[in-house]
Design a protein around this ligand. Structure first.
Ligand code: TRP
Ligand code: ZN
Length: 876
């Protein structure tokens, strides 16, 4: 257990020693690993000669240490739980350190570990210190060479960063491979893989006519599931060349898939390591959402080669420098290869469901945090998703060309360096000659700003005046907030549904129909002239800033925007706002004992959507989807999540009943037997078809039961099969189909993850006892993060009516598993603990139960700093 000492951003000091070169030798065996590390070290400029060298190291057995060839004895150094200190270091020297590790016993999946017998590493953020003693901080960058020695039959594939420069056979049955990485890098980007793997290879030619080999390594039997990932890598390379002029810088780009992994994937230099979930896919095992996820994650890790690796972070407080920027890049990539509108809406919806809740709760932090106990807890929605929104705002404020100029200056100034968020902002400002000093508040202030808009039309003067007031609620440790600088995109729509050209008071000519207003003050007023009739405002187009917008739209105006807004996001937003207001009102009504029902205008708006043949089916599908319970919970207080679920269910049921004919007609029209293909048009059609199916499954009719069974049985792809199975599970349990599915897919771990998750998120009675039984299923393992996420985490985070059962059993179940997992894998335990973050949102009875469980977890002896930090902050 590491110490409970908070690390503070303002305490940053440059390293006292630097490492120029690292030569690593790994001797791998079944029982242990021996690591020989040779470091060329020098004292940093201006550091006094009596400053000791303090290397990080955890859970290591030190077997020997030499300085400039001479063995050191325990008189020369001090080793404790987290470090190795050498008091008398010369100005420069060569340190040779031998450590011994037990990878087979490493269940944290940080450092060197085994998965299905193969060896893998995960070093970000601070995993390298579990491999050898080192200056494990991102501002220490060195050139690495790695030699791996292992059994030839058991570990035929030996990989590390950079270029393969040599290989050979050794004594007995062992072989070796040597790798040289020509780029200097921090230790968190180091990687090693050794195992029995097969490879799918492809190529890419860069604009400068260099040939890049792309290699995807997987366990035998999975080669037929790598083609989509390979194509994604090729598309990502071409996109980064085209959009940002960035080429890959090594001869080979390797991706390795591993089934035991804490996150999605990792951008180690030249050797990305991926969760199998984001590599392996074919139509009968993966859904459209899975294919899309592979495109995003492959692009994300590939893009890190420039935004993260070539230019890295000075310290971990700057994490969003690489993550926010790289998420922005992968979102842009997905927009360009697919539908920009669908991509934007999905990203905003995810941001609101996750990051907004984080920003409103006990773990709220700015995208550049000020302190942490455990850096692993800061790979958050805020760092990634809000960080990406902040990067997007530069592009909105500066324009796409201004943003590109900023990126070019950033690379020109900082290639090969470890830098800060301020350096990025300075490059954007300097390349465009603008002042972005107020924009800094997005990095220092937590919380989601609220923008309140009000408008007035002047009949006589034909002017339209918009007043925008911003505020931001206090967050832990930040009582007062200063106004943010943000782009606020708007349009005005006339009675016939046409966008008006916008002309601000004082301008001589009208401009575009979408205008980006520069917001900097607490209250600002904008007067538009030559507005011939009272318009309907289309506000926060394309979600131009990560804020909550408040404007008192009437139902009629929302219906109008749903039908007419030329901005796809705003159009979807109108439907979303309408549904949100409806569900909130109905929840309140249910609390007063009144009957729950959607007004005719709402049903009519949905009916119109279903009959539209002009709209993209994917957009219609998104507009028909009701807001999720967890998002609703954020908008309310003293919530009874069971009642909230019943209200949602009842509205859904009403929609299904009243629009039965339309839903069925659209379903049948789209279910036309076209053989499966993964392309934009088909994905869009499937998404609408399956949302119709989801509504129809509400109806207790034999004909609907048949339709579901038929889709399950006849589907020629996983998207349709899983949609039918999900509907069946929530409708009547789908026992027969669940058994059939398991029989067919028991040996495919990723498909079984879906099977576990469907049952964990089932809204039918008895979900918790089902989950408890499934913990004993032979396909389940508490040591495998994907399994934990699909069964335990899915239940706790994505099944609110059962997690929040009034008897508190859901909470006790969560706490039991957080405590159990904390000993196995603290990162996964801490993630699960976030299920308790919003405990002050629920009603008094539940609040007390949740608080008790939080206290029980906090009182557990030997708790990791990961879980300790989350739980203490949650308790406040
Ligand atoms: N840098 C990785 C990414 O975003 C994140 C990551 C992968 C990670 N594995 C991790 C972070 C383990 C912390 C711990 O692409
Ligand atoms: Zn990343």
């Amino acid at each position: 257990m590491s110490s409970r000492q908070a690390i503070r951003r303002l305490d940053y000091t440059p390293p006292s020693y630097l490492i120029d070169r690292v030569d690593l030798t790994f001797e791998l065996s079944d029982t242990h690993a021996k690591v020989i590390s040779r470091l060329i070290i020098k004292r940093n400029k201006g550091v006094s000669s009596d400053t000791p060298l303090v290397l990080h190291g955890e859970e290591l057995t030190l077997e020997g240490i030499k300085l400039d060839g001479a063995p050191l004895t325990s008189a020369h150094y001090v080793v404790d739980e987290t470090s190795l200190t050498i008091a008398n270091m010369p100005d420069d020297g060569i340190l040779e350190i031998v450590t011994r590790l037990l990878p087979a016993e490493n269940t944290s999946l940080m450092g060197l570990y085994q998965s299905n017998g193969n060896f893998f590493t995960q070093c970000e953020a601070e995993g390298f210190r579990k491999i050898t003693y080192y200056l494990d901080r991102p501002d220490v960058m060195a050139k690495f060479t790695t030699t791996i020695i292992a059994d030839k039959t058991k570990f035929p594939v030996l990989l590390s960063n950079g270029n393969r420069v040599g290989s050979g056979t050794m004594d007995k049955n062992r072989h070796w491979v040597k790798w040289v990485d020509p780029f200097k890098k921090p230790a968190y980007l180091f990687a090693l893989v050794a195992g029995k793997l097969v490879v799918l290879a492809g190529t890419h030619t860069t604009p400068s006519k260099r040939n890049i080999n792309i290699e995807i390594y997987v366990e035998p039997g999975n080669l037929d599931k790598c083609h989509h990932a390979l194509a994604a890598a090729q598309k990502a390379m071409a996109w980064d060349e085209e959009r940002f002029g960035l080429e890959y810088d090594l001869d080979t780009y390797m991706i390795v898939a591993v089934s035991d992994f804490n996150m999605g994937a990792m951008e180690n230099k030249g050797l990305n390591i991926f969760n199998t979930k984001f590599v392996l896919a074919k139509p009968d095992t993966a859904t459209d959402v899975d294919f899309d996820g592979i495109d995003s994650v492959v692009a994300h890790e590939y893009f890190h080669n420039w935004t993260g690796n070539r230019v890295t972070c000075r310290d971990w407080f700057q994490l969003s420098l690489k993550e926010g920027l790289t998420v922005y890049r992968d979102q842009e990539f997905s927009s360009d290869i697919g539908s920009r509108a669908v991509q934007r809406i999905s990203n905003v919806r995810a941001l609101r469901e996750t990051q907004f809740a984080e920003d409103a709760g006990p773990q709220a932090h700015p995208i550049r945090p000020d302190e942490y106990l455990e850096i692993n807890n800061f790979y958050t929605w805020t760092i990634y998703e809000k960080g990406s929104e902040v990067v997007r705002m530069y592009a909105t404020l500066l324009g796409i060309d201004g943003f590109r100029a900023g990126m070019e200056l950033y690379f020109k100034r900082h290639d090969g360096q470890a830098v800060t968020c301020d350096d990025f902002r300075a490059a954007m400002a300097d390349a465009n000659g603008v002042d972005l000093s107020q924009f800094e508040r997005w990095y220092s202030q937590a919380g989601t700003p609220v923008l309140r808009a009000s408008a007035q039309y002047n009949e006589a003067a034909h002017t339209y005046t918009l007043t925008i007031t911003q505020s931001c609620a206090p967050t832990p440790g930040q009582a007062e907030k200063l106004p943010f600088h943000l782009p606020f995109a708007i349009g005005l729509i006339d009675r016939r549904g046409h966008d008006l050209p916008l002309q601000l008071l004082g301008e001589s000519v009208a401009g575009d129909t979408t205008r980006v207003l520069d917001i900097r003050d607490t209250t600002q007023t904008f007067t538009f002239i030559n507005v011939p009739c009272p318009p309907v405002p289309s506000l926060l187009r394309d979600f131009s800033a990560p804020v909550v917008l408040e404007y008192d739209y009437s139902d009629d105006e929302l219906v109008f925007l749903m039908a007419n807004d030329s901005d796809a996001f705003a159009r979807w937003e109108a439907a979303n706002t309408f549904a949100l207001q409806l569900l909130k009102n109905q929840y309140a009504a249910a609390g007063r004992g009144e009957k729950v029902a959607a007004p005719a205008a709402f049903i009519a708006a949905y009916k119109k959507l279903l009959s539209s043949d002009k709209l993209d089916p994917a957009l219609v599908a998104l507009m028909l989807e009701l807001p999720r319970e967890n998002y609703l919970l954020e908008q309310l207080s003293d919530v009874d999540p069971v009642r909230l679920f019943e209200v949602c269910r009842s509205i859904k049921h009403q929609i299904a009943r009243e629009l039965r004919q339309e839903l069925l007609a659209v379903y049948q029209h789209l279910n036309d037997g076209t053989p499966y293909a993964y392309d934009g048009e088909q994905v869009a059609r499937r998404s609408l078809k399956n949302i119709c199916l989801d509504y129809l499954a509400e109806l207790d009719e034999p004909m609907i039961a048949q339709l579901l069974a038929k889709q399950y049985q006849r589907a020629d792809n996983m998207t349709d099969r899983l949609a039918a199975l999900k509907a069946l599970v929530n409708r009547d349990g789908g026992e027969a189909q669940l058994a059939d599915f398991a029989a067919q897919w028991q040996s495919d771990a990723l498909v079984m993850d879906k099977w576990f998750a469907l049952q964990a998120t089932s809204r039918r009675p008895g979900a918790l006892s089902r989950v408890q039984q499934l913990l004993e299923h032979p396909g389940f393992s508490i040591k495998n993060p994907n399994k934990v996420r699909s069964l335990i985490t899915a239940f706790c985070l994505a099944n609110p009516p059962h997690f929040h059962a009034a008897d508190g059993y859901g909470y006790a179940f969560a706490a039991d598993h957080i405590i159990e997992l904390d000993k196995i894998n603290p990162q996964i335990a801490a993630r699960l603990a976030s299920a308790f973050n919003r405990w002050t949102k629920v009603d008094a009875g539940r609040r007390e139960l949740m608080q008790q469980e939080l206290e029980r977890i906090r009182g557990t002896e030997g708790l990791s700093s990961d879980t300790f930090e989350i739980v203490t902050k949650a308790l406040g």
